[in-house]
Design a protein around this ligand. Structure first.
Ligand SMILES: [Zn+2]
Ligand SMILES: [Zn+2]
Length: 423
């Protein structure tokens, strides 16, 4: 049997898993302050949830989804992102009845069949947040602020990050702009790659995202939506910027930022950071998707959200020298002189754990010397030694590992003595 994990997947070993837990805990605490509640949707959905929600013409849907038939022949897909699932759940459970607001966040794995590289995995982990029901520009600024503050909270300084901001317009102004861009692409067809030409009819704005240098050069001269926004979109965009200014969150207007997904309207944003990958990389981003609920058959409901990638955030944290808190694995080690006192030692360790103290003990009949070594490795600040003499007297020896002081204490008072020692 091949014991290697499938290509593009990685085991989260304790150091990485601790980082993931640190980030999810940070998200829970921070997003709760902004009024967001947790939501967990299934890891797979009916394929049409993503095909319709994300858009048939996107790379995700056309090339990258893990789609399979279940035993009943239904087409299911491992979720490639979180928004479509959350919107589907909001509709199923009527989380956004007329006039209300649902504020939700999630964390978990996503799946895309891509060429694996550093910071890009086939099973990757995201934390995301969605605000459903609010059209006001203040909620755009709130969502962007939650993302920005999250990165700051985990130790990525503002100086290491760049917030890109754009407006993609709406049903009123975007169709005309799409036609303008399609015409522009048509005029420069021979200079553009086959992919950009192919998407001329389905998704011409994706040409702004094309990595082909020739395409980038042509698109640098393309007309900008910024200059064709309708009045309500222009006002909305101006107010989002005013709120961000008031929050002191710096942004760079990037009129070519279109994000890969079909469902965005008006505000789109991306946070880039030095992730040690040689250039600035997107570590999180999102946007407004006022038409998505309706696309799923619901009533028109405004909404927006973001997702941030765990792997890239971790690289950006490393590049910034940010650390993940790593508590000692044991405050106290309970050592035994021989096996005759194994039950006493087990009871002492259990009492410490019940009292909220991290305690470890020997399960492998190691020598006392080996147990002390283990206590050091685990970072224990105290060792409780129990031998047959101590046990017979109803006592234990307590050793302070920093001062090396030892004293006998009654077994009944071990928990209190250690509480005092650990402060
Ligand atoms: Zn191209
Ligand atoms: Zn508009």
């Amino acid at each position: 049997m091949d014991v290697r994990a499938p290509k593009g997947t990685a085991d989260m070993l304790p150091d990485t898993a601790r980082a993931w837990e640190h980030l999810t805990r940070t998200a829970q605490e921070l997003f709760a302050r902004y009024g967001y509640e947790p939501v967990y949707t299934p890891l797979f959905e009916h394929t049409e949830v993503f095909a319709r929600g994300i858009g048939e013409a996107t790379d995700i849907v056309s090339k990258e989804m893990y789609t399979f038939a279940d035993r009943a022949g239904r087409s299911l897909t491992l979720r490639p992102e979180g928004t479509a699932s959350v919107v589907r759940a909001a509709l199923e459970h009527t989380l956004v009845p007329q006039g209300s607001l649902a504020k939700l966040y999630y964390a978990g794995p996503m799946f895309r069949y891509e060429r694996p590289q550093k910071g890009r995995m086939r099973q990757f982990w995201q934390i995301g947040l969605e605000a459903l029901g609010a059209a006001e520009p203040g909620v755009d600024a709130e969502v962007i602020a939650a993302l920005w503050r999250f990165f700051e909270t985990v130790g990525i300084p503002a100086d290491n990050m760049r917030l890109l901001l754009n407006s993609m317009g709406d049903d009123v102004c975007r169709p005309g702009y799409r036609a303008t861009v399609a015409a522009y692409i048509g005029e420069h067809a021979e200079a553009l790659c086959a992919e950009c030409n192919r998407r001329l009819d389905t998704n011409p704005l994706r040409a702004f995202d094309c990595k082909n240098p020739a395409c980038a050069q042509v698109m640098a001269g393309a007309p900008l939506l910024r200059d064709e926004l309708c009045e309500p979109c222009a006002t909305h965009y101006a107010e989002v910027k005013a709120r961000l200014d008031a929050l002191g969150i710096p942004y760079v207007e990037e009129p070519k930022l279109v994000r890969g997904l079909d469902y965005y309207t008006r505000t789109v944003f991306e946070v880039q950071a030095d992730a040690g990958l040689g250039s600035q990389n997107a570590i999180g981003g999102g946007g407004r998707y006022d038409g998505l609920m309706e696309m799923f058959g619901g009533k028109p409901t405004p909404g927006l959200g973001f997702a941030l990638g765990f792997e890239r955030t971790l690289l950006a944290m490393e590049a910034a020298g940010a650390t993940v808190p790593s508590p000692p694995r044991a405050d106290v080690y309970v050592a035994r002189v021989d096996e005759s006192v194994a039950a006493v030692v087990f009871d002492v360790a259990s009492a410490l754990r019940d009292a909220g103290i991290a305690a470890e003990l020997d399960h492998q009949a190691r020598s006392l010397k080996a147990q002390f070594k283990q206590a050091d490795r685990l970072g224990a600040r105290a060792v409780v030694v129990v031998g047959p003499d101590e046990a017979a007297a109803g006592e234990a020896t307590l050793r302070d590992m920093s001062t090396k002081e030892e004293r006998r204490v009654a077994l009944a008072t071990v928990v209190d003595a250690l509480r005092a020692l650990l402060g």
